[in-house]
Ligand binder design. Sequence first.
Ligand SMILES: Cc1ncc(COP(=O)(O)O)c(C=O)c1O
Length: 403
Amino acid sequence: MPYTDLFSADTGSFFRSPVRDIFKKVDLNSIYSFAGGYPSAETFPLDTFREIMSGVIEKYRGQAFQYGATQGVTELRKALSDRYGVPVERIQITSSSQQGIDVCTRVMVDPGDVILTSNPSYLGALQSFSSYRADIRGVSHEEDPVRFLRAYTDMIEKVLAEGKKIKFLYMIPDFQNPSGETLSLEERKILIRLAQEYGFVIVEDSPYRELRYSGEQIPTMYSLDPDRVLHLGSFSKIMAPGFRLGWIFAHPDLLDKIYVCKQSLDLCPPVFDQYVAAEFLSSGLLDRNLGKSICLYKEKRDLMLSMLEEHMPSSVRWTRPEGGLFLFLTLPETFDSVKFYDTALGNGVAYVAGAFFNTEWISGRRCPGKDGLNTMRMNFSFMSKERIREGIILLSGLLKESL
Ligand SMILES: Cc1ncc(COP(=O)(O)O)c(C=O)c1O
């Protein structure tokens, strides 16, 4: 059957995740993997889950396995409302925050509309934006606030001069994927001012926010302007990704469109999982478990930083994240981390090439020196401390030989 003529125009803009392709090729447990964004399975409280699950079956009987409300079950929306101080009517449960990203894009973006984001940005979001044929424009981070404002203003003005419409700015303000960096309060305020001035929405994607190991918590962008910012949350990193549960906080008008859109996507988020998450959250067990996860990840982050310090060639730099699961390496400009990948994998160590998160590289706009080819994303949550140690020694040795 010749399917090619049957595919929609949108499919022409789908692109495969190079990260997921890596996972298909190798068994992550058989190599030193700094590649995935997986939480450590050690943080999944299996006995607690078992107890909560049987409690949910006792309490809700058949209702736990029935279709539920499209917005999500009341118990979970209420538990999130209590935790974050957001009114229940502003909360939509999603079947993962990846779905949250996708549904926002579907609701707001027509082909050719512009989505602004940081460069680099989260690959799964770039895939979703591209699948709706959005015009993705990335802005590289500037440390100095004046230059930060200028970089975003210049991009906005350039897009408007082309007669294009900016629908939203997608940001991961806390412990970004892939860079591990966090936006300062001043930077958050600058972006909100720009959104107000130029009339676009901000999509704040925050799956790592509660995994902070040092420094002070910074207000969410949503709390700074709840009517203009749409906030995406996730249970993946604070509970377990297998539940596929997330949430959206947004203005009721925006949420209503998302609600209707979600009816055609999945009718309702997984009901049993939502009751389990509601119980985990409202009983205080989530916070207890999160405390343990934070201790473990803090140790792993600190170990990773000290191993890099000790073993990496002096020409390599890296970010020092205050939380989350990743740090980002920058190598000399001539280095190509996409090409080097085969050497690394051949020797049993994996990372993700930074180019895969680069808006220019992903959009096929080749910009030598600006396409992130000399960068790498490194995860520090997944492997044991012992394997982190051995993996960094191995990778550093390989880099020393090739730099
Ligand atoms: C920034 C960002 N947003 C969203 C997601 C997707 O999370 P979820 O498991 O809730 O779909 C990820 C997953 O790694 C992520 O890094």
